[in-house]
Structures are given as C-alpha cells and as structure tokens.
Design a protein around this ligand. Structure first.
Ligand code: GDP
Ligand code: MG
Length: 597
C-alpha cells in the first residue's frame, strides 16, 4: 500500500485534462507511442467528438521513481455539471488531485466547484499551470489566482504543457512525493466503494471500485450494501488499457469486478461492496441515489416505431443507469416515453445516441423540471409531477414547489451589470460577490432550476461575450407562484407544449411562444390560429396565414423530374414533422420555448 497513489484530475472544461492524462499514460509507458490515439481515455465516439468526458474511467500506471516501483491509479472524472455526483464519487476514491488551470484563461467556475469537492474530501491538491507553450499564457496572474484560491506556496504550482510535455516529470514526482499513500486495513472487513460502472455486451456490467479495507478475491461471494444484493465475483482485476484479471485486489488499490450483472441499474455509483460471509456493518458514507433533474417526452416520429423506441431505450439504459423512462401518451403525439435526465447535456446525449446507435428519429418535447404539488384537500401530501400536463386542477391546488439551485458565475468585472440583469430576469437572487483578482469576479446566485433549462447558457454567453463560466448545484425546493400555460393550435390544445411558468411572466412568455411558433410552423392549406391560454383564458394569439397555392403548381405540371424532386424534398423536410389533427408540426416547434428571441 505504501507505494500506491490514487489521484484524479480536476479542471474546467477545455483546460487540458484529457491531453495531460494522455501524456502521463505515454510517459509511464502505459500506452505505447504507436497505440497513442488522441485522448485515449475518452473512448466513446460521442465523447471524443464533443471533447468532453461523459463517463469516468480509471487506469493504472506503473512508474519507477528513484529505484522504487510505484502504482499510480488515475481516476478520470466527467467534466460537466450534469454528472457532478459521479465526480464526487471519483474524488472520494482518491487521496490527491491534479488541479489543472489553463494559463491563458485562469480560474473558471468548474475549477472552483471541483476544487471545493476535492477539499471536502481532504485531497492533497497539486496545482498545475497548463498550456504554458501558448504565447498568450499569463503565468504570473494565473499563479496569483491559484495561490489566492488554495493558499499554497507559488513554488508549488507546476508549469506544464500537455502539448509539448513540459512539466510532466515534475507532475509525476509531485504525485509520488506530495500525495499520501492510501490508508486502510488489509486485514479488516472488505469495504470497497463503487465509483463507476460500464456495460460490456459480452460480459455484462463491469463495476469499478476503490478498496478501502480488506481484500476482494476472485470467487468471493460479495454483497452490494445499498441494494442488498449478492453476487459471485466471477472475475476481479485491475485496470490497465484493458482489463487485467488478478486473483485479488487489496486495500488501497483500484479494481474492477465482473459478476454476471446484466443491467446498470443494479450497480449504483457510491455503493459499498463487502463480503456476504463477513459483511462490514456500515456502508462507505456519501451514497446517494441520483435523481433525474430534467424531464421530457421522447416520441417516435413514425408512430409505428414505438416498440423499436422502447427496445432502444432499454438498451441505452443498460449502460446508463441515470436514464429513467416510463411510457406516456400524449393526445398530440401518441405513444412515447417520459424520460428523466441528469441535465440538459445528458438529454442531448441520449437523443443523439438514440439516433446514432439505434437509427431512431425521435421528437423530444419541451423539457421541464419536477415539481411538488400540494392540494387544498390534502395539504400534507406532496405529489411529484414530472409532466406539466399532469398538474392537478388549479382550483384544487394549494401551492407548488419548484427546485432551486445555487449558481456560480465567474466573469470579467465589466460584465457584472449585464449578468446581474440576466439573473434577475431569470428570477435569481444575488447572494455573494467576490473579486478573485482586480478584474475577475465570482457571483453567486440562487435561482430556479427551470430557468437554466430555458436558454440560460446561450444568453449568458452572449451577454458576457463568452467571458463567463457557470456551474451550479441543487439546493432543494421552494414555493413558487407557478401556473400552467397551454398552447392551442387550430383551437386544439397541444398537451406536449404545456409548460409551468411563473405568473409574473406568463403573458410575456405566452406572446413570445406564439410568435415563435408562427415562425416555425410552415404555412399550410388553411389558416391556423395559435393561442396561449391559462385555464379557459386566452392570453395571446397569432395566426399562420393559409398558403395560396399548391407548391407543385409552379412546376406547370409538365416537368416530371422537377416535380418529383420537389416532392422528395418535401418528404425529407417531413422527417421530423408530426401530424397533429390537421396540422403538420416540425420538431423545432416542440422546443420553441427554449429558443425564444
Ligand atoms: P479537457 O476538456 O480538459 O479534457 O481538455 P482537452 O484535453 O480536451 O483540451 C482542450 C483543448 O486544448 C484541445 O484542443 C487540446 O488540444 C488543447 N490543449 C490541451 N492542452 C494543451 C497545451 O498544453 N497546449 C496547447 N497549446 N493546447 C492544449
Ligand atoms: Mg476531456
């Protein structure tokens, strides 16, 4: 155990975590130069394309330092706020963290939120100033920021470049010299914490864990404490570039277990593995059942593809336990599923994976958060509502609660004004304002999560010209004056477009949604009224004028090939159209609320 070091890398997105991880793998010979493929750790296509790490992974490196062999376990963490629970578990599996800061950018929101997580778990922090090869690097100022933030000696900050390899040897030395070896009792009862799992189509679920105490052996009967289920440890081992089976994995080390588990749901990140025959009494602390934060309907474009969609979602769920779904039906869209996601990015990823990996064309409805409703008849009982159209009748409602978040924005001082007005417009309340340096400031807000779902990122980016980073975490539910706004198209209510909105901006929002829908829904053979309503009361109206002529009319009937082309083009355009009553509605219209001008 003395020669093991467990560490993670934390950084704001794009500060160079994956690149530096690759350099460490290369320098320690874990991966040969020939096999080196940019960003070896991000092995899902989608991750590589988007340049983000979605799932965390772990890898063991062997490194000889001053004549002594060391085992260095690098635990990679996802870099996006949607996956912050996974980040916290990965951090809990380590004794140290490399804190990477881009020397051209300085400290950003995720640098700070991840650092706080690491400090909560008493991790030894090794600050790294990355991208030193760039001429625009600003080492003095960024070093000051880091020193100010973590209270270290300026000499502790390691200048580095994932690109040129500068500083990599210093980083390896710091990992060995500064990060403490794991503590734990090899003779004690088995206690191993699961920090991640992956689905393998041939072997089932592979769970990754850090052994805190005891030893896990191949063939052991083990118990997952929080789910209470027992399994056979068919295979245990350590993680190299591939799985490397071993007879046992001992306290302090990081390993994997294969035990015939078929679905990701059974393996909960944060759960404790122990021996069935000699179980430890208390689970490792910090376990949480992750709850979806954002909900939306997913419907097949072709109604007869419902079963295929169900099959695809079940497959996706095998390797993504944070995806939840249940069947729902919509008067407008027919049969589909109400899905729960960790956040907006997670939602986009699921939609994209359905299309890429399963070749499904789907319609996603406006996302919403989940609400607690209290009725006047039974004010003690809270009802969880994940779909605005399921809201109890307003006359029977006592009050509604919605989820709130604490948000951190880091920006240049010149944008404070605009960002404050944006946050106030989004029903936020400024809680704190701290200057990190003369012209960089950290703003803390409390605001409703629902407002983040509705085009917050784009607005923030535009008011700050890109000079703002943002992070948040949930802080619980608060009472809000919310009402349901319905949308009627051609006098028919479109349930998929109903939304819960704050009473104070219902009129304005209703107007803007109608205008946007008018823009998005193509003109058809007849006039289509668009209305926004609260209960029976119409609060806004727009009209889509009827088309004068048939589109094919201008082909003079003669030119067949042109006519066919035009029809094919129309068909193409129809791909994401849904016929609702008499009206054809494109996918964008279902998301109109998110893209209001
Ligand atoms: P991550 O989001 O923290 O994993 O960041 P990546 O490792 O994906 O890097 C983000 C971008 O910065 C990529 O385009 C990298 O090629 C680039 N990058 C990373 N490290 C360096 C560096 O040290 N120098 C330079 N010039 N570019 C770098
Ligand atoms: Mg990355």
């Amino acid at each position: 155990m003395k020669h093991i070091r467990n560490f993670c890398i934390i950084a704001h997105i794009d500060h160079g975590k994956s690149t530096l991880a690759d350099r460490l793998l290369q320098t320690t010979g874990t991966i040969s130069d020939r096999d080196m493929q940019a960003q070896a750790l991000d092995n899902m296509d989608l991750e590589r394309e988007r340049g983000i790490t979605i799932k965390s992974h772990a890898i063991q490196m062997n490194y000889k330092f001053e004549g002594q062999e060391y085992v260095l376990n690098l635990i990679d963490t996802p870099g996006h706020v949607d996956f912050s629970y996974e980040v916290s578990r990965s951090i809990a599996a380590c004794e140290g963290a490399l804190l990477i800061v881009d020397a051209t950018q300085g400290i950003e929101a995720q640098t700070i939120s991840n650092l706080y997580l690491a400090l909560e778990h008493d991790l030894e922090i090794i600050p790294i100033l990355n991208k030193m090869d760039l001429p625009s690097a600003n080492p003095e100022e960024v070093t000051d920021q880091i020193v100010e933030l973590i209270g270290c000696d300026p000499n502790d900050v390691i200048p580095a470049s994932g690109k040129t390899g500068l500083g990599v040897d210093d980083i390896l030395r710091a990992i060995i010299e500064r990060i403490p070896a794991p503590k734990g009792d090899e003779e004690g009862q088995l206690q191993a914490m699961i920090f991640d799992s992956v689905f393998n189509p041939f072997r089932g679920i592979i769970a990754y864990y850090r052994v805190k105490n005891g030893v896990i052996k191949k063939g052991d009967r083990v118990r997952f404490l929080n789910t209470g289920k027992d399994y056979n440890a068919d295979e245990v081992g350590i993680l190299k570039m591939d799985l490397s089976p071993k007879k046992e994995v001992r306290a302090g080390d990081v390993g994997y277990i294969i035990s015939g588990i078929k679905t990701a749901k059974e393996v909960k990140v944060g759960d404790t593995i122990t021996l069935t025959a000699d179980p430890c009494e208390v689970p490792i602390k910090g376990f949480e059942d992750v709850k979806p934060m954002v909900f939306a309907g997913i419907y097949p474009v072709e109604t007869d593809e419902y079963e295929e969609l169900r099959y695809s979602m079940e497959k996706l769920q095998l390797n993504d336990s944070s995806l939840v779904f249940e069947p729902e039906s919509s008067a407008a869209l027919g049969f589909g599923f109400r899905c729960g996601f960790l956040g907006m990015l997670h939602m986009e990823i699921i939609q994209e994976r359905l299309e890429r990996e399963f070749n499904m064309t789907v319609i996603t409805t406006v996302p919403n958060v989940s609400y607690y409703c209290y009725t006047t008849r039974n004010p003690e009982v809270k009802l969880l509502v994940n779909n605005p159209s399921e809201l109890p009748d307003p006359s029977s409602l006592d009050h509604i609660e919605e989820p709130y978040i604490k948000a951190q924005v880091i920006t240049k001082s010149e944008y404070i004004g605009q960002i404050m007005s944006l946050c106030i417009e989004k029903r936020g309340e400024l809680k704190n304002q701290v200057y990190l340096t003369q012209d960089r400031v950290e703003l803390s807000f409390e605001m409703p999560l629902a407002e983040i779902v509705f085009d917050f990122y784009d607005r923030l980016k535009s008011v700050s010209r890109g000079y703002a980073s943002f992070d948040y975490h949930p802080i619980g539910y608060k009472t809000s004056d919310l009402i349901r706004m319905d949308i009627l198209l051609n006098a028919e209510q479109l349930d998929a477009l109903s939304a819960l909105v704050h009473r104070s901006n219902a009129y304005d929002l209703g107007k803007r949604i109608c205008v946007k829908l008018k823009e998005l829904i193509p003109r058809q053979q007849f006039e289509i009224p668009i209305q926004a309503a609260i209960g029976a009361k119409i609060i806004a109206r727009e009209t889509i004028k009827a088309l004068r002529k048939d589109v094919t009319a201008k082909c003079y009937g003669g030119d067949i090939s042109r006519k066919r082309k035009l029809l094919e083009k129309q068909k193409e355009g129809k791909k994401r159209m849904r016929q609702v009553g008499k009206v054809e509605i494109p996918q964008e219209a279902f998301m109109a609320v998110l893209k209001l001008n």
